[in-house]
Structure formats: C-alpha cells, structure tokens
Design a protein around this ligand. Structure first.
Ligand code: ATP
Ligand code: MG
Length: 425
C-alpha cells in the first residue's frame, strides 16, 4: 500500500502542505528543526490515530494558527491493491466562549478528534489500520533497553494495525482489568464479599489469553522474518531472536509446537487460559494484599537475544540499535503477511545510527529487492516497481547515501515546513 497524497493544515510546522508521494523510496533531506520528523509523525498518526511523540494532541496544532482556526488536519489518499480511500483526522480546539479567561479556559478543555474515512465519521478504533506504517526512530533503541511496558506497547501497536479483532479484545481487556483491580482494592479494604470477583476473573482470563496467544503468534512470525533480515543487516553475524516471556505460561514451547497450525489456535488458547486461571488462583493472597491483578498479558515482556546473549544486558549500543531496526524491518514483513499489503516504512534519521558498512547494507535492503517476506512468496499481485514498498526516510545530509540509491529515490529538500524536489548531484 502507499500514501499517494498527504495534506496537512496547521499541523506543527506546516501551515499548509499538499504533497504527492511517489511509490518507492523518498528521501526527505533538511537541516535540524525543519519539519522532517513532523511529517513522519503526521503519517504515522494516520496509521495509529495517535501521535507517537505526544499524548497532548493540543501540541500538534500549529502555534501560528490564527485564533479563528484553532484546528489541525491531517489527510491522506491511501492506495491499496484493490481500492483507494481517504482518511482525515481533524483536531479541533473547543471554542473559547466569551472573552474573559478565554485563553486559559481553552487550554484546559480537551481537544476534539474527528475522524473521517471516505467522508464518513468513524471512531478511532474503526479507523485503525486503514494505513499501515512501520516507524523507526532513534528512540526505538528503547525497544531493547526500555521498560517491559514499552515492549508490550510495541507488539500491541503492530497487532492493532493489522488485526481489528485484536484491537477490540485489547480494549475490552483494559476495561475488564480496571474493573477487576478496583474490586481487588475494595476486597483489600474489606468493603466487598469475595464472591463478586469470579465474573471479572473469567473475563480477564478469556480476553487475556487471546492477547497472549495473539502476541505469541506475532513473535513467532517476527522471528521467521528476522532470520531472513538480521543477517543481511549485520553481514551474517549470529542471528537475532525474540522470546515472548509471559507471566502466566511458558508460551514459547507451546507455540513452537503449534507454529503455523491455525486450526489449533483454539487449543493453544484453551491451554493458556487454563494456566492463566490456575496462576490467578495460586496468587489470590498476593492479589488481595496488593489490590491488583499480578499476572496477565499486562505484565508480560519480550526478550531479545543474539546467539543466546541477552541484548538488553550485554549488547553494545550499536548492536541494540541495529537489532531495533531489524525488528522494525521484520515487522513490515509480518504486517505484509497478515494483510497482503506492504506497509509504508517511515525511517527517521536512520543512517545516523549505523556504522558505514551497516549503512550500505541497509540501502541495499531498501533499494534492492525489498524486504524478505515473512512467509512464502506472495501471490504475484506485487508490481515490480513497487516491490520494496513505499519508504520515507529523513536525513540532514545526502552524503552517506550511495549515488545508486539516490538515483533510484525521489529526493525532497525540506526547509521551514516546505518541500521541494531536490537535485541529487
Ligand atoms: N505545534 C507546533 N507549531 C509550530 N511549530 C512546532 C509545533 N510543534 C513543534 N514545532 C516546531 O517543529 C520543529 C521540529 O520539527 P521536526 O521535529 O520535524 O524537526 P526535524 O526536521 O525532524 O529536525 P531534526 O533534524 O533535528 O530531527 C521545532 O523547531 C518546533 O519548534
Ligand atoms: Mg527529526
């Protein structure tokens, strides 16, 4: 799939932008603070319906927007193999009423987010996955070195883009978990008889085991795609592996036996549910003491290993960065396998992270025959020119790129939130 056209109004540095985006690789080149990352942020927002940089959507509305146009709009024409769609996200600051304290009042009121798909209003949950993007930024080394919550979030974002069922299960799990935790707190404070808990425990187990199995299966496919991609990025050094560490079950061994056996997913889910229920049973005392659900997918983690070595603890910084990049490239292959469409790759400042040899290898991967698929070759719907899919990458200079890579790419110069095609020689 690709974003054919991007329109921005009052989005961060962009007062107004109308940009046709070609298939293949686009290089966005510009000095610091010119709006390169802002543009990737806008595209990624269309995929996930949230900003990856801020939870305060008010920050996205341009500071330069006049008092009568306190809104931001991000719109795209999205081309898939069989259809084209238009997605709009509009952020509106509520009207500030009468003059007195207007500015202060407007600052405290929540911003409204309106989403339209082909001009029809949609809820956030229903707009996810219209555009599929994989984003890599320098901060993504935290996938390896950051908190378990960041790693869980990573898997959840990937799955939410490609699996509408997962989105709903995740959202219900979060609600049910909040309810169960509230009850556990009341039990701790002896404000409730214990028999109230059973229903919520059942719900947490049913929904939670779906999440665990969904994530475990995603990790299995990520691994098979990593086996193809990581050696190409590190010149055939030992391969990177990911293990899903569940707090309720030894999932890798269960899933290894079931890998690819879709018909038996239900069996795996029942097995995981049984172990989850048994764990909750065993942890009753601890839960009542702490007033919260102490095991479940909200406590799970991922481990990254190279040749059996834990990358988080022992990896060099460069190894960790390359691993995070490899995981993102593998993610693109997984998403393609799930949807039949290659996602748009957004690579922010990616070369600055890599040594010269890895820079070359990455350019070969991006420009050459594209990313290896996580599964058997696709059914031939791929058109030759588009095999690598759409890639947008940002850089402050063109020097690190090979002439061949630049010759095959479209290069945009970006300054003060305006883009123009650039000469590459
Ligand atoms: N709501 C906003 N309105 C106007 N300008 C904004 C807004 N939010 C951020 N900016 C400006 O956007 C600029 C940063 O843009 P961006 O992060 O896209 O830069 P960049 O080109 O990626 O730079 P770098 O090479 O340093 O990564 C900052 O100068 C900041 O002041
Ligand atoms: Mg930037």
């Amino acid at each position: 799939m690709r974003c054919r056209h991007l329109s921005l109004t009052n989005f961060r540095t962009y007062g107004r932008l109308e940009l046709d985006l070609p298939p293949g690789v686009s290089v966005l080149c510009g000095n610091n603070a010119q709006g390169k990352s802002n543009l990737l942020e806008a595209l990624y927002m269309l995929a996930t319906i949230k900003s990856f940089r801020t939870t305060s959507e008010r920050e996205l509305v341009s500071w330069h927007a006049g008092a009568d146009e306190r809104f931001a709009r991000v719109s795209a024409e999205i081309e898939r193999q069989a259809s084209t769609s238009r997605l709009d996200i509009i952020l509106v600051e509520p009207a500030s009423g009468n003059a007195a304290n207007a500015a202060a009042g407007a600052r405290t009121r929540a911003i409204q987010k309106r989403i339209r798909l082909n001009q029809q209003p949609r809820r956030s949950l229903d707009a996810l996955g219209q555009l599929n993007c994989v984003l890599f930024t320098p901060a993504d080394v935290e996938l390896i070195t950051g908190s378990p919550a960041q790693r869980r979030r990573y898997l959840d974002i990937m799955l939410c883009q490609v699996d509408p069922h997962y989105v709903r299960v995740l959202s219900r799990y979060q609600r049910v978990l909040t309810q169960r935790n509230a009850l556990l707190r009341q039990l701790r404070d002896r404000r409730l008889p214990p028999d109230q808990l059973g229903y919520w425990t059942e719900q947490v187990v049913a929904l939670g085991s779906e999440l665990i199995v969904g994530r475990g299966q995603a990790v299995t496919t990520l691994n098979s795609s990593l086996a193809a991609i990581h050696p190409r990025l590190v010149d055939d050094r030992p391969s990177l592996g990911i293990v899903y560490r569940s707090s309720v079950t030894d999932l890798p061994s269960t899933l290894a036996e079931e890998a690819g056996a879709v018909a038996r997913t239900d069996d795996v889910r029942s097995a995981v549910a049984a172990q989850f229920a048994a764990q909750l049973d065993a942890q009753q005392e601890r839960e009542r003491r702490q007033g919260m659900t102490v095991v479940g997918p909200h406590r799970d983690d991922l481990a990254f290993t190279v040749d059996g070595m834990d990358l988080n603890r022992f990896g060099s910084r460069g190894q960790q960065r390359t691993a995070a990049l490899a995981v993102k490239l593998a993610e693109a292959a997984v998403m393609e396998q799930r949807t039949g469409e290659r996602p748009v790759l957004l690579l922010d400042d990616v070369l600055s992270e890599l040594d010269p040899q890895r820079r070359l290898l990455l350019q070969e991967i991006l420009a050459g025959d594209g990313l290896p698929a996580a599964s058997a070759p696709s059914d031939g719907r791929d058109s030759g020119a588009d095999r690598g899919g759409q890639v947008l990458l940002t850089t402050t200079e063109l020097r690190p790129f090979t002439p061949a890579f630049l010759a095959a790419a479209t290069v945009f110069q970006i300054a003060n939130g305006a883009l123009r095609p650039a000469a590459t020689t």
